[in-house]
Design a binder for this molecule. Structure first.
Ligand SMILES: [Zn+2]
Length: 380
């Protein structure tokens, strides 16, 4: 079968389309999945462009791709799946360490040993190939009604995990959130924004995408406010006037002018100074959730005394979040259905670039409008 792999080369890794043996059912709880499509995200960009993938021990190559949408081809007698069912799959697998309590209790998204594997990212073959075999406990059924946006279930699970965590944190107080701020308008930022809108929150998105971008258009389609970090009016500009200057993006001054006072902030830009700058904007008892991640070792000056006061005197909370559990996938499916009901067609609009497997090795990620999906096979 055809697969997109990252492979060890003479002096560095490279990405290629390879011919691999088709996997087969080996245990009663195995599910053989015919892959229909696989979404690409920032992690795939780092794997393809920056050779970020970690190959399994001793392996020469690894299949990439972790946002699976497929259909059950065959299933073992104890798997509980039937041929023809639409499915997606969890990404992370437990580390197997006796001392890792979260992995031992099925919460590998909270693994503490760091020795977890992630399909298509770290130490395990991914899904960007024609057929995948997976243990039933990691396979999540997707309803027929979600077929046109089933490939978004994995990224939505990330949003759901965060919203669930915020819910747990906010049990500390009677909390009636009204306003959300999302920084960044990539696929995750858009899903966070439309999720907030589906919950009835006034939602603001601060982004570098540009007001004429497809990203901004999707943000506005769900009734969220798009705020352009690129061409702010000089009066709104930050201390430096340059959005990328770590000494100040200008977000706080902009928010003051426009009276944006969020109860919750979703940092999806991967620009760390924004996260800390935005703390100041939170209403008392608010939560800042950081989803965006930046590689490298960027540095910025942070007003730590002011930050300390904000956090302590106003009960503010910062939470970081990665990966997601089965429950988050299941909630994500229900949420996507609700979003589709409230904003018909918006979800399908997030997928702007449809590709073939052969296009992935040389893919220019910077040319993707919002989100790219690789079509592996047609359904019928
Ligand atoms: Zn673990």
């Amino acid at each position: 079968m055809k697969a997109v792999v990252i492979q060890n080369g003479a002096d560095r890794q490279f990405v290629a389309v390879a011919d691999l043996p088709e996997p087969t059912l080996a245990a009663p709880d195995d599910v053989l999945i015919r892959v229909l499509s696989v979404g690409l995200d920032g992690t795939d960009r780092e794997i393809v462009r920056d050779r970020y993938g970690v190959l399994p021990d001793g392996a020469e190559r690894m299949v990439i791709g972790h946002e699976l949408f497929g259909v059950v081809e065959r299933a073992g007698e104890a798997a509980g799946f039937s041929p023809g069912e639409l499915v997606t799959a969890l990404v992370r697998r437990p580390c197997g360490s006796d001392s890792c309590v979260p992995c031992g209790s099925g919460q590998q998204d909270y693994c503490v040993s760091g020795a977890y594997t992630e399909r298509g990212i770290r130490g395990a073959d991914g899904f960007l190939c024609e057929y995948v075999v997976e243990k039933a406990r990691y396979v999540v059924p997707v309803p027929e009604a979600c077929a046109s946006y089933g490939v978004l279930v994995e990224p939505q699970s990330i949003v759901e995990k965060v919203w669930n965590e915020i819910g747990h944190i906010q049990k500390r107080v009677r909390w009636e959130p009204k306003t959300a701020l999302v920084t960044g308008s990539g696929p995750l930022g858009i899903l966070a924004a439309v999720t907030c809108r589906s919950l009835g929150l006034e939602t603001h998105v601060w982004s570098m995408s540009g007001r004429a971008s497809a990203n901004a258009d999707l943000v506005r389609r769900c009734g969220a406010h798009y705020h352009d970090a690129v061409d702010r009016k000089p009066a709104d500009a930050g201390s430096s006037g340059r959005p990328n200057d770590p000494s100040g993006s200008g977000l706080d001054e902009y928010a003051a002018v426009h009276r944006i006072e969020p109860d919750v902030i979703w940092e999806c830009s991967g620009h760390p100074p924004l996260a800390f700058e935005s703390m100041k904007l939170l209403r008392p008892n608010g939560v800042l959730a950081i989803l965006g991640v930046t590689s490298g070792n960027g540095r910025a000056e942070i007003p730590i005394a002011a930050l300390n006061q904000e956090i302590v005197l106003k009960n503010k909370c910062i939470v970081g979040s990665v990966n997601a559990s089965r429950a988050d996938f299941e909630t994500g499916i229900r949420r996507l259905q609700e979003i589709e009901r409230q904003f018909p067609g918006l979800l399908a609009g997030i997928v702007t670039d449809r590709l073939a497997m052969e296009q992935v090795p040389d893919l220019d990620f910077s040319a993707i409008a919002v989100k790219a999906v690789v079509d592996v096979a047609a359904r019928a």
